[in-house]
Ligand binder design. Structure first.
Ligand code: PLP
Length: 457
């Protein structure tokens, strides 16, 4: 077996910016220990997110040039619509400017007070949009999914027994939707099996609860199904994707992930009545139904990207590059989420920094240490992102304290990844010196984006 190489050659390059450790200490303090407040020029390797950060292909850039900017009935919209209809088998396609705009519209229509939306794990913007409508979001992740150190094939699965119990307890009529996130971004980029989706579908059907897919990383999930689930080894990725979507009544997607686009998203549906309500809201908030907050060129780039992402050479390289970094870290005893996920490496800050309690945000402290050590930017997925307060103002911590290092698609080469491994291992060796953090300012929702913190001496 030869090395799995990057399945592309590089036509256009962008410089990255070097800083000294002293500069980074100063930059981090000025950014109040919040990686979102650091200027991108001060970051060497940017693993903050894989969202909108992909390198587009020459075919996508060519698509940008032929984008049809007609206000209504743009040719690029019909290309977009047909691509998504073919991919999902869903007849109705509504473009939005990104994933959360799709969520905002969907949950404004079906949400409301006293209801519940259940999921394997809701992503932060999904949860925020559900809660903003007055509905309660409930994560019912399988047990394996909650233990970072124990590998399993499909740690993104929903706990179907817990789902049935939840229906008995709350009543099916109070559950407006079930949405499965593939892959499970907040739970380590771990895949969901086809079997699990079928099981959940059958429970939804019996109880007349619509099933949706949060499809941001559908292709990565389908590749895991092909590699790990019995019966799929010889089935093509588009066919696996088609089956996956066949169980759903609708989906939302951020095209900033598995469509290699810098912006974009959509809702796809089967139900015309729901579509009418969504389109009415779309016109108020996003734009007319054939562009939904996007330029014609974006629609074109997304259509091309959605096909490229299902190429197996690409998916093999993609999944291997995450696994490669994970393996290097495991070899150095760094606690990481196992097995490797589809789009990111997740460091287990709880296991790595036992001297920092949850209310001093060990994940965020680790993010800070990685930046100072090597200019690598990651993001906390733990109590800063998901923690809540009880009635006495005491922190209710998240289940896991993770640091996500998301790998942008087709952007970094193997030597960049080797460098990242060296930085993490160096931080790990000096982990005893890492200090906890205290919040100085926080917003009422999605506080991690704007939080200001300082180090506890
Ligand atoms: C990124 C993401 C979203 C939101 O999409 P945006 O384009 O960032 O608004 C929703 N769900 C999941 C799983 C995501 O990864």
């Amino acid at each position: 077996m030869h090395t799995i190489i990057e399945p592309f050659k590089i036509k256009s390059v962008e410089p990255i910016h070097f800083t000294t450790r002293e500069q980074r200490i100063d930059i981090l303090q000025r950014a109040c220990y919040n990686p979102f407040l650091i200027h991108a020029d001060d970051v060497l390797i940017d693993l903050l997110t894989d969202s909108g950060t992909s390198a587009m292909s020459s075919a996508q850039w060519a698509g940008i040039m032929i984008g049809d900017e007609s206000y209504a009935g743009s040719n690029s919209f019909f290309h977009f619509e047909k691509t998504i209809q073919d991919l999902t088998g869903m007849p109705i396609v509504i473009p939005t400017h990104q994933g959360r705009a799709a969520e905002k519209i969907l949950f404004s229509v079906i949400g409301g007070k006293g209801k519940f939306v259940v999921s394997n794990t809701l992503f932060d913007t999904t949860r925020a949009n559900i809660e903003f409508s007055g509905t309660e979001g409930v994560d019912l992740l399988c047990k394996e999914g909650k233990i970072p150190s124990v590998p399993a094939s499909f740690k993104g699965n929903m706990d179907s027994v817990a789902f049935e119990n939840f229906i008995k307890e709350k009543g099916a009529e109070n559950i407006s939707l079930c949405i499965i996130t593939v892959t499970n971004n907040s739970g380590g980029g771990q895949p969901v099996s086809m079997r699990n989706i079928k099981e959940v579908k059958s429970i939804c059907e019996t109880n007349k609860i619509p099933l949706f897919i949060d499809a941001c990383r559908f292709a990565e999930n389908c590749y895991f199904i092909k590699k790990r689930e019995e019966g799929y080894a010889n089935i093509s990725i588009p066919e696996i994707a088609h089956e996956l979507f066949s169980y759903a009544d609708g989906c939302t997607m951020s095209a900033k992930k598995d469509a290699f686009a810098n912006i974009g998203g959509f809702i796809a549906l089967r139900n015309e009545e729901l579509a009418i309500q969504c389109r009415n809201l779309l016109i108020i908030t996003e734009g007319f139904t054939t562009y939904g907050g996007l330029a014609g060129r974006d629609l074109e780039a997304i259509s091309i990207g959605l096909k490229e992402v299902m190429e197996e050479n690409y998916l093999q390289y993609r999944i291997r590059s995450i696994e490669y970094l994970t393996e290097k870290l495991i070899a150095a005893n760094v606690p990481v989420m196992q097995p490797a996920g589809g789009h990111a490496v997740y460091l287990d800050a709880k296991a790595m920094l036992p001297h920092i309690p949850a209310d001093q945000y060990p994940g965020q402290a680790l993010v800070a240490a990685l930046y100072v050590e090597g200019g690598v930017r990651g993001v906390e997925i733990g109590s800063l992102m998901f923690g809540k307060y009880d009635e006495n103002g005491k922190l209710i911590p998240a289940v896991m304290e993770l640091v996500r290092l998301a790998i942008p698609r087709r952007v970094y080469t193997q030597s960049h990844i080797d460098y990242v491994a060296e930085v993490i291992i160096e931080v790990y060796k000096n982990r005893d010196k890492i200090k906890g953090l205290k919040i100085e300012y926080e917003a009422p929702a999605l506080r991690h984006f704007t939080v200001e913190m300082r180090e506890i001496e």
